[in-house]
Design a binder for this molecule. Sequence first.
Ligand code: SAM
Length: 372
Amino acid sequence: MKLNYHGKIHEDRYLTSDSESLPGLGSCIDSSVLLQGDNACIMRSLLQHHELAGRVDLVYIDPPFATNTVFRIGDERTSTISSQLSDKIAYHDVMQGSEFLEFIRERLILLRELMSAQGSIYLHIDYKIGHYIKIIMDEVFGIQNFRNDIARIKCNPKNFSRKGFGNIKDLILFYTKTNNFIWHEPRVPISESDLSKLYSKISKDGRKYTTVPVHAPGETINGVTSKPWRGVFPPKGRHWRCDPIELDKLDAAGLIEWSKKGNPRRINYADDAIARGKKLQDIWDFKDMAYPDYPTQKNLGMLETIVHASSNENSIVLDCFCGSGTLLVASEKLGRRWIGIDSSDHAIDVAKKRLDGVGIFSKGYVEAKYPV
Ligand SMILES: C[S@@+](CC[C@H](N)C(=O)[O-])C[C@H]1O[C@@H](n2cnc3c(N)ncnc32)[C@H](O)[C@@H]1O
């Protein structure tokens, strides 16, 4: 499936057009870097002159969303760092329709080439344009590498007079370069209400627990999980959740509860669940600050979650629309090397102040500006 629109050009053109080497960077990048300029020109140069092809393990981008808005610094919704810069334009978000789609597509093609075989990309976008971007990402990265469409709750409920449902979410599209990607399972604490709802039984030794079926829907043909266990077949239309040998082991460990009628169920203890935490699902509640340092600054905790899940300590992490540098701050805090790119003077100023706040200046990083 492909999205066709006026002005869509062959991807080879984006990869083979000439670029200049970035003065001051050397042939390869071995420390964190903050670069100012147009991200397509800079990324082409990183690929062609600075040995960065296939080396980036994690990309997060939060590009303009085609909102037809000029974002300013210094209004009442930005905080003290930015108000020192007083009522200046932070950046323009005025590209529309197919021109916007092609702007994003060019950058996605370059990002794919920069990504390593174990790399991931997270693209933050809104509900108005996000579904077009999903199709472009399917084309660029392959639909088989689509992992999640994360609904991010961005603010408290609003009371607009506009007809229709209130919009409190945006979306993050998560793709990987291949099937073999870096993944450190993010786990979150189980809430007290989940614990009391789910773990209502008490064992003889006073532990809270619940039970779940040891069979699941669907029959397997000739597989071990459709064979009898302890002389009993799984119920019609179902199969055992695991090999009967594993069910024997669970029973020997006291983790199977037998009903009076002889039906087995798996025992899950609340204290084990508390120690393990709960798998993070695809609806995230990470609201943005009411008074950010930069107009579209994203939630730092959300970006720490992404960096932790999808990169290693020695990974290079890239944000080519870095704005106030939230991904860079998260990466610095978690000990990753990072590359930040933005074309806006104010973005770079705010990013530098925030990076200073996490001690980057004591370690040093390369900073450079290129003509836009
Ligand atoms: C939505 S903001 C990013 C906000 C960021 N995630 C944060 O937490 O602060 C988008 C940024 O993209 C930058 N930008 C837009 N077009 C660009 C381009 N062609 N090259 C580099 N940066 C660009 C803007 O200057 C703006 O800072």
